[in-house]
Design a protein around this ligand. Structure first.
Ligand code: FES
Ligand SMILES: [Fe+2]
Length: 373
C-alpha cells in the first residue's frame, strides 16, 4: 500500500451532517461536511488523548468537528479551535492539530489525497473526460466490498486472459480450438500505463442489450489501464466507434486484505435511465464471477518476487503494473505494513499531510514507510 495518491473516502451522498469514519491503508480517518457543503478529511485520532473524532458531533456554527471524549473542536484544516477544559478565550497549544488532507468531491465520491506532496508534485486524481460530456450517461456510483487485496483486484481488471474462462458472456469458455491471447499494446502514462487489447468476443445477448447490440462474434477492442496504484480503467468498445461502456474502479484499500471498490460506470448507448438497473445488474453478475475466483487466490497479497508465480506473455500488463508499483516503492511511498502491525497497539500513526512540509509540532508519528532509493 502506498501514500501520496488519491483515495476514495466515501460516497458524496453518504456525507451529510454526521461525521463518517473510514479505514484506509490500515489507518482511521474522519470525513465531515461544513455548513458550506465542503467536505473535509482528517486523521481520526484526537491528539489530546486519542479519541475517535468520528464519534463526535459536527458543529455547523463554527464548521468544526468535536471530539466525543472532552469536546476539543477541530476545523477542516485540522487545527484545534477550542479546548473546553481551558475555559473561553484560552490559548490553543500549537500541537493541538491533526493531519488534514486535500479533498475532491467528484463522480459522486469524496476523495482525499493521502500524503504530504505539495500540490505541484501530486499525481492528479484520474480525470474521466466523458463524465459530464454530451452523449454519455453515468450510473449512480456504487461501492463493492471485497475480501481481498486491492492490487490483486487491479491485476484482475487488467488481465486479458481470464475473460475467456471466468466470464461466459465475454468468451467461449475455452471451447475454441484457436483460442490465444493477442499481444497487448501498452503505452506509458505519467502515473501508470494504458493498454489496447483485441479480443475475439461472442455477440452480446440481444435479449438484454436490444437490437443495437453487436450481433456477430468477432473482434472487440478493450482499452484500459491503471493510474497510480488504485485506479483501474476499462473501456469496452462493444461495437467499434459506436457502443461504448467505460468503467472506472477507484479502489480503497481498507487494509492489505480488504478493499472497497468505488465503481463509476459510463456508457454512450442504451441511454434511457430505465436501462441503469439492468446494466448495473449485469455488471454485478460479472463482478461476482471474478470475486468467486479472487477470494481463493494464494497468497492473498501478491508475492514479493515474480519467481513465486509463472508469468507468461498474456501477463505483460500485470508485470507492467508491478513495475510501476516498484517505482512508487523506490520513491519512498510504500507503507511498511510489518512495522505498522508491530507498533500499532501502542502507537497511533498518521499519514503525513501536506502541512507537515511547512509546519512543526505534530503529535502523531508518521506512518512507517519503506525507505526509497
Ligand atoms: S481525547 Fe479528544 S478531547 Fe480528549
Ligand atoms: Fe473479470
Amino acid at each position: 500500500m502506498y501514500i501520496n495518491f488519491w483515495y476514495p473516502v466515501c460516497l458524496s451522498d453518504e456525507l451529510q451532517d454526521k461525521p463518517v469514519k473510514v479505514t484506509i491503508l490500515g489507518l482511521d480517518f474522519v470525513a465531515f461536511r461544513d455548513s458550506n457543503g465542503d467536505a473535509h478529511c482528517l486523521s481520526d485520532v484526537c491528539v489530546h488523548r486519542g479519541g475517535s473524532l468520528a464519534g463526535g458531533l459536527c458543529h455547523q456554527e463554527d464548521n468544526t468537528i468535536a471530539c466525543p471524549y472532552h469536546g476539543w473542536r477541530y476545523n477542516g484544516s485540522g487545527k484545534c479551535t477550542q479546548i473546553p477544559s481551558l475555559g473561553n478565550d484560552s490559548k490553543i497549544p500549537a500541537r493541538a492539530k491533526v493531519d488534514s488532507y486535500p479533498v475532491e468531491d467528484k463522480y459522486g465520491i469524496v476523495f482525499a489525497f493521502l500524503g504530504d506532496l505539495s500540490e505541484k508534485d501530486r499525481p492528479p486524481l484520474y480525470e474521466i473526460e466523458e463524465y459530464t460530456a454530451e452523449g454519455w450517461r453515468a450510473n449512480k456510483t456504487i461501492t463493492i466490498d471485497i475480501n481481498y487485496n486491492y492490487e490483486r483486484s487491479v491485476e484482475n481488471g487488467l488481465d486479458p486472459a481470464h475473460n475467456e474462462f471466468i466470464h461466459p458472456t465475454h468468451g467461449f469458455e475455452g471451447a475454441k480450438n484457436d483460442y490465444k491471447v493477442n499481444p497487448t499494446q501498452i503505452t506509458d502514462t505519467d502515473w501508470g500505463a494504458n493498454f489496447a487489447q483485441l479480443f475475439d468476443a461472442p455477440p452480446l445477448d440481444k435479449e438484454i442489450y436490444g437490437d443495437e447490440a453487436r450481433q456477430e462474434s468477432g473482434d472487440l477492442t478493450v482499452f484500459g489501464g491503471y493510474h497510480g496504484p488504485n485506479t483501474l480503467i476499462t473501456q469496452i468498445h462493444t461495437k467499434q466507434d459506436i457502443n461504448w461502456f467505460h468503467q472506472y474502479f477507484f479502489e480503497q484499500p481498507i487494509n492489505q486484505f480488504q478493499t472497497k471498490i468505488f465503481f463509476v460506470n459510463m456508457r454512450n448507448w442504451l441511454m434511457d435511465e430505465n436501462m441503469d438497473s439492468m446494466i448495473m445488474e449485469r455488471n454485478m453478475a460479472i463482478a461476482n464471477e471474478d470475486i468467486v475466483v479472487m477470494n481463493d487466490l494464494r497468497p492473498t497479497v501478491t508475492p514479493p518476487v515474480s519467481t513465486k508465480e509463472t508469468l507468461v506473455p498474456a501477463d505483460l500488463i500485470i508485470g507492467k503494473y508491478r513495475s510501476t508499483l516498484e517505482d512508487f516503492k523506490n520513491k519512498g511511498y510504500k507503507i511498511d505494513t510489518k512495522e505498522l502491525k508491530d507498533k500499532q497497539h501502542n502507537t497511533a500513526f498518521s499519514i503525513p499531510c501536506p502541512d507537515r512540509k511547512t509546519e512543526k509540532n505534530w503529535v502523531l508519528d508518521p506512518i512507517p514507510l519503506i525507505k526509497g532509493k
